[in-house]
Design a protein around this ligand. Structure first.
Ligand code: ADP
Ligand code: MG
Length: 613
């Protein structure tokens, strides 16, 4: 929305030849399905809609996996018939059988490839959908949520939780299909020899129990490993981000010790893990031999008695090998299911969180804003906390510029956040041109209220993209005039790559004042009729501030402005000053009036000015 009164300021010099789109078109289509909103469903049924949206690949995966295993179960039986033809003196050719085995092997291989291919496609799509759902939801959540949770930890945990759910969805169908095949193999065994089939199956329940037991002992240690790896990661992260503090206090040695301790703990956990694996490996490896021995013993006996063909022993051995893995994994599946459930529940915790700030039904777009802002007896506090603002009452006329002055913690930033409706008031209301901010659509509200925060956050992209963040369609001329208005143009020009210089964490490091000027330019480009500068000039040094004074002055002239500032020079630009003390308006008037008549004002100014220096 362009405010007509501001047109001359950002008048882009006709259609510019330098015009270039720098905003990427939005390609994100979003996941095809959401999780079920019904909280009473079992966890996997809540995720089912997401899986169902990938049913084509999923069913493909299951089908091919089944086909591949069917082929594999055919082989032992064919092998048996081949061996039975090979009795001395019997000269039946077996070339056909050899070819058949090769062809079946080929088909089984192709089907196996396709099943894996489809299964992993499904699994990673489900993972990606869950992640997108989660991030999409996180962006919807209100500031109140981010005040409550440690967002960084939440996101990294969410990632590993999504992974564990994904793994279960990959693993479970495979095991279930394999167990289904087990039934078929068992059928084949029964058709060859019932007694021998039953004997061969004796070890299966043992395999199942071993699978469960092994998981039970491995489980705690795998959690410990995860937690300790996270500790190490946290220390490394702190040391990289806090490297200046570490070095300036010469604490390198201490930090190295801390890291050494943590990695020693990781090593201990991994050793323990290897030890447990070592103890279980003989069981896992030799249990199948027990089965084979049983088959050999009883089968051999039966063969000598003529109750079973000799090929049966070979076939049974092959079937046993085929069966043991799924039985053992069936036990593991139970444990993995428990883990996936715990993970899914943590994912649901976030997805079920409702944003506190929502649009009322029938909200209207805030259009043609003149810029009158009224705080109507506002009472507010964060979360369940005590009231921060008490009966805050003030009117800012359209086009007026007002300075909000008060001690640290008096609630100035809180007032700023309420205008953009980052939070809702507890009592009273905030009106823009007579519209309660709760009755207008959020995008239209935020397009009209420009907020420059005291800690400007820049993205790790070029400066021009940072400035164009709120208006990706802006052309370079517009970006440059916004930068000029914020007095940022000159220093940007001097950077090695000018407007294309990449800033942010990994890019070129700008000073606090430079970042702040880019943040101001970013807001100015959107050209909002209501502008709030929350300590936006505090990091800009006095000398530079004097330089941008003219720019600031013209900014304030053209729109409704709320400036939160410490410096008398900035405050003096405003038409009027509101003095805030512990969430209450204690005085209003021009700078000179307050200076002359309100002792607290002079006191606060003296204090905040010395704090900011
Ligand atoms: N996100 C928040 N959650 C809870 N309390 C907060 C939050 N932000 C600020 N506060 C509290 O609200 C009070 C006013 O803070 P603020 O508006 O930032 O003051 P100012 O900007 O005047 O320094 C302070 O006591 C502060 O601790
Ligand atoms: Mg503040």
């Amino acid at each position: 929305m362009i405010n007509p009164r501001l047109e001359p300021m950002f008048h882009a010099s006709a259609p510019s030849p330098a015009f270039e789109h720098i905003g990427e078109p939005q390609r994100f289509e979003g996941p095809r399905a959401e999780i079920s909103r019904d909280r009473d469903l079992v966890w996997w049924r809540r995720i089912m809609p997401v899986l169902k949206s990938h049913r084509v690949t999923f069913i493909g995966a299951i089908t091919f996996s089944f086909v591949s295993l069917i082929f594999q179960t055919l082989v032992p039986k064919i092998l048996m018939s081949a061996i039975d033809r090979l009795t001395p003196g019997n000269h039946q050719p077996i070339h056909g059988i050899v070819v058949a085995v090769l062809i079946i092997g080929l088909f089984a291989g192709v089907a196996g490839y396709l099943s894996r291919r489809f299964l992993f496609t499904t699994a990673y799509n489900v993972e990606s959908d869950l992640r997108n759902l989660m991030y999409e939801h996180l962006t919807w959540l209100s500031f109140g949520f981010y005040d409550r949770v440690q967002s960084g930890q939440l996101i990294s945990r969410a990632n590993s939780d999504i992974r564990s759910v994904q793994m279960y969805f990959t693993f479970a169908p495979q095991i279930i299909v394999q167990c289904g095949i087990g039934v078929i193999a068992f059928g084949f065994m029964l058709s060859i020899n019932v007694t021998l089939a039953l004997i061969a199956m004796i070890t299966m329940p043992i395999m199942y129990v071993v699978g469960i037991k092994m998981r039970q002992v491995m489980f705690p240690i795998s959690w410990i490993i995860q937690a300790r790896l996270a500790d190490v990661a946290a220390i490394v992260d702190e040391n990289i981000n806090g490297v200046r503090v570490v070095k300036s206090f010469a604490q390198e040695a201490g930090e190295i010790n801390r890291l050494a301790d943590a990695s020693e703990k990781v090593a201990w956990a991994y050793t323990k893990d290897a030890d447990i694996r070592g103890q279980w490996a003989p069981w896992v490896q030799n249990l199948p031999q027990l089965g084979l021995a049983l088959v050999l013993f009883f089968g051999g006996w039966m063969v000598t008695l003529g109750h079973a063909p000799i090929g049966a022993i070979v076939a049974f051995n092959a079937y046993l090998l085929m069966l043991q893995a799924p039985f053992m994994m069936l036990g593991q599946l139970v444990m993995m299911g428990q883990r996936a459930r715990a993970s899914a529940e943590r994912i649901f915790e976030i997805l079920d969180e409702q944003p506190d700030i929502t649009e009322r039904p029938g909200s209207i777009d805030l259009l043609d804003v003149q810029g009158e802002v009224v705080f109507n007896h506002v009472r507010f506090g964060y979360g369940d906390g005590a009231d921060i603002l008490h009966d805050f009452h003030a009117t800012i006329k359209a086009g007026e510029s007002v300075a909000l002055v008060g001690r640290t913690g008096s609630g100035k930033s809180t007032v700023a956040r309420l205008v953009a409706r980052f939070y809702d008031v507890r009592d009273g209301s905030i009106q823009i041109d007579g519209h309660d901010v709760r009755d207008v659509t959020l995008p239209s509200l935020r397009a009209n209220v420009g907020l420059v925060l005291d800690e400007p956050f820049l993205f790790s992209v070029s400066i021009r993209e940072n400035i164009a963040y709120g208006r990706a369609d802006a052309n370079l001329d517009e970006i440059i005039s916004a930068a000029k208005a914020a007095n940022a143009h000159e220093f940007i020009e001097q950077l090695p790559e000018g407007y294309d210089t990449v800033v942010g964490e990994r890019g070129y490091t700008l000073s606090g004042g430079q970042r702040q000027r880019i943040a101001i330019a970013r807001t100015l480009l959107v050209n909002p009729p209501i502008l709030i500068l929350d300590d936006a000039t505090s990091a800009i040094d006095v000398h530079v501030e004097a330089e941008i004074h003219d720019a600031l002055e013209s900014l304030l002239e053209h729109r409704t402005t709320l400036v939160i500032a410490h410096r008398i020079s900035t405050i003096a630009l405003a038409d009027r000053v509101i003095l805030l003390e512990e969430g209450r308006v204690v005085a209003e008037g021009t700078h000179e009036e307050l200076l002359a008549s309100v002792p607290l004002y002079a006191e606060v100014l003296a204090q905040t000015t010395s704090e900011s220096l």
